[in-house]
Design a protein around this ligand. Structure first.
Ligand code: HEC
Length: 132
């Protein structure tokens, strides 16, 4: 009698143990990041030739020339260079674009440009990073 009670007790403890070990196996995946806000239809359209290249020409191209530190940011060559360097431009999540992350406050290129320049680049990427 004594040992049957003991066995029952051990079975209950074992089953409880099984359940407790199972629950710790669940891995709850992180919720997906919310998609970036779509550009407002009224947002001013950023032209690459008209607004982005002039920033590069004035503030970046003397270091980022052909054969120098990539990406090449000289007029006529910059778009091709940015598009072929992996990770520079991310139109799905513009904030992940290396080009933007380098230019925004805290990035290593922020000292050569200002917040308005970084904002323009962000908008241009969000609008599809067109060669317009
Ligand atoms: C004084 C020289 C200099 C100037 C001016 C300069 N850069 Fe740079 N840039 C560098 C150097 C050196 C590196 C590599 C080290 C680093 O990533 O910080 C670099 C790296 C970068 C990278 C990262 C490339 C990679 O490997 O992913 C980007 C993007 C970039 N620069 C963009 C810019 C932009 C845009 C401007 C103008 C606002 C600019 N740079 C101005 C020297 C410069």
């Amino acid at each position: 009698m004594q040992s049957r009670t003991f066995n029952k007790l051990m079975t209950i403890i074992f089953v409880l143990f099984l359940f407790s070990s199972c629950t710790s196996d669940f891995i709850v995946p992180d919720p997906p990041a919310p998609p970036p806000a779509p550009p407002s239809p009224n947002e001013n359209k950023i032209s690459y030739a008209g607004e982005i290249q002039p920033i590069f020409t004035a503030k970046c191209s003397f270091c980022h020339g052909v054969g120098a530190t990539p990406p090449v940011l000289v007029s006529g060559k910059s778009y091709q260079s940015l598009m072929t360097m992996p990770g520079q431009i991310d139109t799905v999540t513009p904030g992940n674009s290396i080009l933007y992350k380098k230019m925004v406050t805290g990035g290593s290129m922020a000292q050569y440009c200002n917040k308005a320049n970084a904002d323009s680049v962000y908008k241009w990427i969000r609008q599809g990073a067109k060669n317009n």
